[in-house]
Ligand binder design. Structure first.
Ligand code: ATP
Ligand code: MG
Length: 438
């Protein structure tokens, strides 16, 4: 018997579903363990009634399908009492038992054990015999062992079903997320494409317009020369054409700077020296007072000095133009060690590292928040027609990016603006240039 129970336990391991399990138990309680019939009842979720789900013997002469499965409420009959009391029952003589519910074939004795899984009654295993007193201690032990093994297997099956459901939920959630991410990416790409075309359109339109104006001046002046020959005004006509072509060349230079295509010649530079020289230039050429705040022991930077001067000039001119009533410009230098946890006002594209910051501050009109995003766009200007190209800040941004740095602005209408240039700092002397951030 032990050997039989052992092989029974081994077989249970490979059973894949609850239906197969009940069918196998019913079959083998009769087949291998020599009971004359076996019926398995399953309890409902509410724990109120039992339904026959598997049988071997009279109840299913044709295979796994049960003929007219009985439904018995908890507490009724012998099976119902076993489900409610959670204890096995043996009845020696059914004729004398008032609880007996006769099925198709009346019997004389009955044994019934509960199936308990996860603290709940999930069913009962029931066996009947045509003779009285057919079941004793030995049968009770065998059937209780079978019930315990079946209950354990039921718990394993429930656990694997839960795991399977969780796995499917996870796969479905992942698929949903992938779909949403893909949709989002496709939408972003579309939006990016639309914006790109919009910007390119605006850029080409403005460029064509500016260039056309210059060509009109040049060709108009050349035509005048043709008509007038070497008259009195010839020289100034020629100068007009020359000035227009120089403006054209500057336009191209600024556009190239914005496109980060300027031919830069970086040198090891002490920005304090350059800022001091620039102050002289400002005060001398524009009669503009400039206040300096220079940090001691400023790190060296590797940058094209001509580009630095161009950028300072553009920022200073913007500052002066923002203070029509006059006012002081302030230029400051500072060593900055940028770590990821720093204040969010650093330019977003700036990688953590060491930088020298040059800030140009004015107490001018300031810039409205909705304008801040536009001022670096090429050809964006609030100046009157013919007074500015709107390439100053785009050129500054292009040059800073080409030099491995970045530019940003903080501004408040009515208070003023600060433009900050971040130059990557350099380690070593002039012969051994090494950007600290590499
Ligand atoms: N310091 C500042 N204060 C207030 N507004 C500014 C300042 N700097 C720039 N702006 C705004 O940004 C716009 C763009 O500046 P940007 O230097 O690119 O072109 P611009 O000065 O208009 O023309 P250009 O530099 O070609 O003469 C300006 O027209 C102005 O509206
Ligand atoms: Mg400008």
């Amino acid at each position: 018997m032990l050997r039989t129970l052992n092989s029974f336990a081994l077989d249970l391991m490979s059973i894949p579903s609850v239906e197969d399990l009940f069918w196998y138990v019913a079959q083998n309680v009769v087949g291998k363990l020599n009971f004359s019939d076996c019926v398995i009842y399953q309890a409902n979720e509410e724990q109120t009634e039992l339904t026959q789900v598997s049988a071997w013997g009279e109840k299913n002469p044709y295979g796994r399908n049960i003929l007219n499965p009985l439904v018995i409420p908890f507490g009724r009959g012998i099976t119902g009492q076993v489900a409610q009391g959670r204890k096995p029952i043996i009845v020696d003589d059914l004729l004398k038992d008032e609880n007996y519910i006769a099925d198709t074939q009346p019997a004389r004795s009955e044994i019934c054990v509960p199936l308990i899984s996860g603290g709940r009654v999930v069913g009962v295993i029931d066996s009947e015999h045509p003779e009285a007193r057919a079941f004793g201690e030995a049968e009770l032990e065998i059937l209780s062992t079978v019930a315990a093994m079946t209950s354990a297997k039921l718990e394993v099956l429930a656990e694997s079903r839960r795991a399977n459901e969780q796995y499917h939920d996870l796969v479905a959630a992942h698929a949903r997320l992938t779909l949403e991410t893909n949709n989002c990416k496709a939408l972003e790409a579309k939006l990016f494409e639309v914006r790109k075309l919009e910007v390119i359109g605006r850029l080409t339109g403005r460029f064509a317009h500016e260039f056309n104006n210059l060509l009109t001046v040049i060709s108009g002046n050349l035509e005048l020369l043709e008509l007038e020959g070497s008259g009195m005004d010839a020289k100034s006509t020629l100068q007009g054409a020359k000035a227009a072509s120089e403006r054209g060349a500057k336009l191209i230079r600024d556009m190239l700077a914005f496109a980060q295509r300027t031919r830069l010649t970086p040198k090891l530079v002490d920005l304090n020296a350059h800022v001091s020289a620039f102050r002289e230039h400002c005060e001398h050429s524009f009669a503009q007072r400039v206040e300096l705040s220079l940090s001691n022991d400023l790190w060296m930077v590797s940058v094209d000095p001509v580009a630095v001067e161009n950028m300072l000039l553009n920022l200073a001119l913007n500052g002066i133009e923002a203070m029509p009533e006059g006012g002081r410009l302030r230029i400051a230098t500072e060593n900055i060690w940028h770590t990821l946890s720093d204040r969010p006002s650093f330019p977003s594209e700036l990688l953590p590292g060491r930088y020298v910051r040059v800030s140009v501050a004015d107490r001018g009109t300031g810039i409205a928040v909705d304008r801040l995003a536009q001022i670096f766009d090429p050809f964006f200007t609030t100046k009157a027609v013919g007074e500015g190209t709107g390439l100053g800040l785009s050129m500054v941004m292009g040059m800073m990016r080409q030099s491995g740095g970045a530019v940003c602005v903080q501004s408040e209408p009515g208070v003023g603006s600060v433009f900050e240039l971040y130059f990557p700092a350099v380690q070593g002397d002039g012969n051994d240039l090494l950007t600290m951030n590499r």
